[in-house]
Design a protein around this ligand. Structure first.
Ligand code: SF4
Length: 448
């Protein structure tokens, strides 16, 4: 530690956008307390890894990241303290205190707001601990998040936690029950993000369509979206993580009416077989899923639909899997991701019989992904000749194109991008383009 000098903190954020917001909040709290954020581990007094642990591959990635940072520390003879925060610490912190002696401190998801106190205590050099409390932290607009330099898009976390208890999911235990922020507080944060130059708000939460149900005043998601759409400077609003059982006609109607709200629906349906949907405790059966999709398409024929699916859930017989494939073929989602079922301790599904082998799960995932690749390509080709609004985000990484950005149909990180051949543009411009070509995931365009 640098005695007498400000302390330096390096943060590594793993996992989803909700975790990233926690990292940004912890960074902001640290900076407010005079701790300097650094992007070099060689200059750090603390390296904080904000981990993910919702399924096995995410846990493996978290542990591998921690170990590789510890190896680097040893190799370069560095002196920083290694802190593990987030979902892995919340779920396994006490056990990992024994198993990962390289780590100096574990702090769970309930400790985000107290991160500075923990770092200061650690700087004073006490013994290794795991602080795992009730996961009840909820950020507010008073938290000044650290955003990447020049960010054009920012997540807006309208709620944390989840009360749905899907049978396969450990999130309610890791992040606690659903807790919505008050609309006024969300609007304050959105206004401040607009002043910081943010053009696109990504509305996130574990289940955004359940927004407001836990609050006394029962604010609606549709009302919140209306108000967000009135903020000057914000050009796009993108709603992510909707649940088919909760996505309301009012929300679809605001999306159809308000130009700033992207006609983009992220609707993880997980499966389409009614027996499996019931076993998963998904609260929406096949008819409801089909009905919300067709309602959205009737109201917005140009809507882009994203979903995610789970293959290999216990009891997914070949016939049930066939039903899923037929659904993918018939629905033609614009974007689709597939998870292989991960057996998570403490969840209802962990005890279910009729398990599917890992090899078979992977085979099924590949079948779905191959089907989807053809569907995505066919949909993208239908866009050739259409005009799309594109947010210019950076220089192209492909020859023959100058810039890359995204159109309203493309969410950051998860969907493809749009490449532009035109050269006289600036990063941050929003321009109307004609799509000139398409591949499985990306679009290619020129100015209209
Ligand atoms: S909706 Fe279901 S899958 Fe999503 S976080 Fe909540 S319990 Fe987990």
């Amino acid at each position: 530690m640098n005695v007498g000098k400000p302390l330096n903190l390096h943060i590594v954020s793993l996992g989803c956008a909700k975790n990233l917001v926690d990292s940004e909040v912890m960074g902001g709290l640290a900076r407010k307390a005079g701790i300097v954020l650094t992007d070099q581990i060689t200059q750090a007094d603390f390296v904080l890894v904000n981990t993910c642990a919702f399924i096995n591959p995410a846990k493996e990635e978290s542990i591998e990241t921690i170990l590789s940072i510890a190896r680097e520390k040893q190799r370069q003879g560095l002196n920083f303290k290694l802190v593990v925060a987030g979902c892995l610490a919340q779920r396994y912190g006490r056990q990992l205190l024994r198993d990962l002696p390289e780590v100096d401190l574990f702090i769970g998801t309930g400790e985000v707001g107290r991160v500075v106190r923990h770092l200061q205590t650690l700087a004073a050099g006490p013994k290794r601990v795991a602080v795992v409390s009730k996961p009840d932290f909820l950020m507010t607009s008073d938290h000044e998040r650290i955003l990447p330099e020049g960010a054009l898009s920012a997540n807006l976390k309208i709620a944390d936690g989840c009360s749905n208890r899907c049978a396969y999911c450990a999130i309610p235990d890791i992040r606690g029950p659903a807790r919505s922020r008050e609309p006024e507080d969300i609007l304050r944060e959105a206004q401040s993000l607009a002043k910081r130059g943010i053009k696109e708000l990504l509305i996130i939460g574990q289940d955004t369509s359940a927004y407001g149900r836990d609050l006394k005043s029962r604010p609606s998601l549709s009302g919140l979206l209306e108000e967000l759409a009135s903020i000057d400077g914000i050009r796009w609003i993108r709603l992510l993580y909707s649940h088919p059982a909760h996505l309301s006609a009012e929300t679809l109607s605001v999306m159809a009416r308000r130009d700033k709200i992207c006609r983009y629906i992220d609707l993880p349906v997980q499966h389409i077989d009614d027996t499996l949907l019931a076993a998963m405790n998904r609260r929406a059966d096949a008819d409801q899923i089909r009905s919300v999709i067709s309602q959205a398409r009737v109201m917005m024929p140009d809507v882009a639909l994203r979903t995610s699916l789970i293959v290999g859930f216990p009891g997914e017989t070949p016939k049930r899997f066939e039903r899923l494939i037929a659904f993918v073929r018939e629905t033609k989602f614009d974007h689709l991701g597939v998870f292989t079922y991960s057996r998570e301790e403490g969840t209802a599904a962990a005890a279910m019989p009729s398990r599917i082998s890992e090899k078979e799960k992977e085979r099924r995932r590949d079948i779905v992904m191959n089907e989807q690749a053809e569907i995505s390509l066919a949909i993208n080709r239908t866009l050739i000749g259409s005009t799309q609004e594109v947010l210019i985000e950076g220089k192209s990484d492909r020859p023959d194109y100058v810039y890359m950005g995204r159109c309203r149909r493309q969410a950051p990180e998860i969907d493809g991008v749009t490449y532009l051949a035109h050269s006289s543009l600036k990063i941050g411009d929003l321009v109307h383009c004609v799509i000139t070509n398409a591949d499985h995931y990306d679009l290619f365009a020129d100015l209209r």
